[in-house]
Design a protein around this ligand. Structure first.
Ligand code: IPD
Length: 265
């Protein structure tokens, strides 16, 4: 009889790390070429042949290393799980940055077991920074333990956010931003939600919020931020959801969450 595959969070993290290392090499070679993107939900929502190839690489590697696991990928790969483990994959998070050759795009690979996120890896390709976490095991950048900033003054806090691709969504996001910006130190828009969440985790920003992300954008990054010690929630929901993703340094979490709630009609 063959052994059932492990569901140990640290071992699932190791699988994600191994696959991400290969994808980073591939994406780093591709970024210097010109890419003519296809459009998805709007004229601003890009996908390239490299996004698809990256997803295929990850899918094939998982099929080989973890047959029977489920998979949900941004570019359409979907397999149901026979093991209780499902992988959630964004083959390039920050495709706009990738297309323009701007550093700040990533590959994001998360594993959930019986519906609970247990392992995550976000690899920032151009900065060669690999963030990882597993449930109960803390979070790291290139193997070194990370933690959020100790900021307590919201008027000095630097908070990142992002904008979706549909005009109505963006209009609403801009309205919320107008309510928030007078009360914080400054705002940043870097272009990869997965990296934004990791940068809360390692203290490069004090917080991040974005409305309307997809699970592949936030799954790995949200676990990394939570395991690093950030306060992570979904606005009104205790969990990050596709409605809202919030990650904050603990010292500003209560105050910023209140502000966001009052700014989000
Ligand atoms: C996008 C990025 C961006 C965020 C968008 C996402 P994609 O993901 O994470 O930072 O603002 O909402 O859709 O499309 O590049 O994988």
């Amino acid at each position: 009889m063959t052994e059932p595959p492990t569901t140990e969070p640290s071992e699932l993290r190791d699988v994600a790390l191994a696959i991400a290392a290969d994808v980073v090499t591939f994406l780093a070679e591709q970024v210097h070429k010109q890419h003519e993107p296809d459009l998805k939900s709007s004229a601003a929502d890009f996908v390239t042949e490299v996004d698809r190839a990256s997803e295929q690489m990850i899918s094939e590697a998982l099929e080989h290393l973890r047959p029977g696991d489920g998979l949900l990928g941004e570019e359409g790969t979907e397999r149901s799980s026979r093991t209780g483990v499902r992988w959630i994959v964004d083959p390039i998070d920050g495709t706009t940055n990738f297309v323009y050759g701007v550093p700040g795009f990533s590959v994001s690979i998360a594993a959930e077991h019986n519906g609970e996120l247990v392992a995550g890896v976000v690899a920032d390709v151009m900065h060669r920074e690999i963030f990882d976490a597993f449930r109960g095991g803390g979070a790291r950048m290139n193997g070194r333990s990370i933690a959020p900033r100790s900021t307590t003054n919201m008027e000095s806090a630097v908070i990142s956010t992002g904008f979706g691709f549909l005009p109505e969504r963006r209009k609403h996001q801009a309205e919320v931003l107008v309510e928030i910006i007078p009360h914080i130190g400054n705002v940043r828009r870097f272009g990869s939600a997965a990296i934004d969440l990791c940068w809360v985790a390692c203290g490069r920003v004090d917080g991040f919020w974005e409305e309307g992300l997809n699970m592949w954008d936030y799954a790995a990054g949200a676990l990394i931020a939570a395991e690093a010690g950030a306060v992570v929630h979904g606005g009104p929901s205790p969990q990050v959801t596709s409605e809202m993703a919030v990650a904050l340094a603990p010292g500003i979490a209560a105050e910023f969450s209140k502000l966001l709630a009052s700014a989000t009609p």
